[in-house]
Design a protein around this ligand. Structure first.
Ligand SMILES: [Zn+2]
Ligand SMILES: [Zn+2]
Ligand SMILES: [Zn+2]
Ligand SMILES: [Zn+2]
Ligand SMILES: [Zn+2]
Ligand SMILES: [Zn+2]
Length: 372
């Protein structure tokens, strides 16, 4: 990140579908013009918390994408990425002064909404802001699919596997709240879990001799039981079968799950009841995943408009900068275009420093706007 990257304007303007799709996926799955409140508790949507309207110390509240643009323009917003089963709070009883411009008729509260420290701009087990001005360590933030908090890779208690964006993660706290997940983890979880176990093994060797034995055969964590056709009667519980197989993994650290792992959870009556009681029935729903949401966004975006070479150009931005774009996408787009055009006019190359400088100016501007 520190070394100077030099890219020509042509490089910058070259198509890169990945970032464009990533940015549009967060947005496209949500409506940027209409408050989502009339849709009730939306399965998954982009959400924001407003530090100007509902600062720390008060009541937590979340607003939809359209409200973040139309009702909280120039406010100090926390990007919450996406959350499940949430109904827009904009202008409801949680807000003292603000009236929602898009959908003012709202119930006092949305009693089924779940709030977390994220709504006050704190993340992870360390409770730090993101981006964190006091943290120079470059680290990835990964969202737990159960509590939906974002955690630093280094605070997960396990090693982060390659291709992490394709794997769902459940944090250690959520694993401990739902201990049956450890049984699945021992059989399904990927290389991350294997690494955890190896590291944990070492710790266990060093310290506690009374700890229950740790499995050593995690490397061969291949599905043991044959897949049965679904229409066949299911007299037995898959979870119990796995339990009987008695494979154990160290019950420690976050767990990364392979793709389509949700399909492999037992769906028997007892297991459904257990999931429902724990408030995690969504784990049985493949369309609950962020990936499913993003794919929906990507495909609808693709049909709506062709690719935007400017968005495609921004391939050397980190996640914070991408979020800045997502946040002020339209405003910033025209300014960035002007900015890049000065380089084109002078025949200069654009360096990553130039790009950084541009975004610093942008956030500076946003800060000033929110002070007035
Ligand atoms: Zn709204
Ligand atoms: Zn606000
Ligand atoms: Zn609003
Ligand atoms: Zn942390
Ligand atoms: Zn969690
Ligand atoms: Zn079962």
């Amino acid at each position: 990140m520190c070394e100077e990257q030099t890219v020509s304007l042509v490089d910058v303007l070259q198509e890169d579908e990945e970032l464009e799709e990533e940015a549009s996926a967060v947005l496209a799955g949500s409506d940027s013009d209409h408050c989502s409140y009339p849709q009730g508790y939306v399965k998954r949507q982009a959400l924001y918390a407003c530090n100007t309207c509902t600062p720390k110390g008060g009541e937590a509240a979340g607003v939809c994408l359209a409200c973040s643009y139309k009702c909280h323009e120039g406010h100090d917003l926390f990007e919450l990425y996406t959350k499940r089963n949430f109904r827009c709070d904009c202008g409801n009883g949680k807000f003292k002064d603000l009236q929602c411009k898009l959908h003012p008729e709202k119930d006092e509260f949305n009693t089924l909404n779940k709030y977390s420290q994220n709504f006050f701009g704190s993340y992870c087990t360390c409770g730090r802001p993101y981006p964190d001005p006091d943290d120079q360590v470059e680290d990835e933030m990964i969202q737990c699919v159960v509590c939906e908090d974002w955690l630093h890779g280094r605070h997960l208690g396990c090693s982060v596997p390659d291709g992490v964006e394709l794997q769902e993660m459940i944090c250690e706290a959520c694993m401990k709240k739902n201990p049956f997940l450890w049984v699945y983890a021992a059989h399904l979880a990927g290389p991350g879990a294997a690494a955890t176990t190896a590291a944990a093994q070492q710790r266990a060797d060093e310290s506690d001799a009374n700890r229950p034995p740790v499995a050593t055969q995690v490397e061969e964590a291949v599905e043991p039981s044959p897949k049965r056709p679904r229409r066949e009667a299911e007299p037995s519980c898959r979870l119990e079968e796995l339990q009987a197989a008695a494979r154990e993994a160290e019950r420690r650290g976050a767990v990364f799950w392979p793709s389509a792992w949700r399909c492999r959870l037992c769906r028997c009556g007892a297991c459904r009841a257990r999931l429902s009681e724990a408030g995690v029935s969504f784990l049985l729903d493949e369309s609950d995943t962020v990936l499913a949401y993003e794919n929906k966004g990507k495909s609808s975006e693709r049909t709506q408009q062709g690719s935007d070479p400017l968005m495609s150009a921004l391939d050397n931005l980190n996640r914070v900068q991408q979020l800045e774009i997502i946040h002020g996408y339209n405003d910033m787009k025209s300014e960035l275009k002007d900015f890049l055009q000065t380089f084109a006019a002078e025949g200069k190359v654009v360096t990553s420093d130039d790009i950084h400088h541009f975004f610093e100016q942008q956030s500076e501007k946003r800060r000033r706007e929110s002070c007035t």
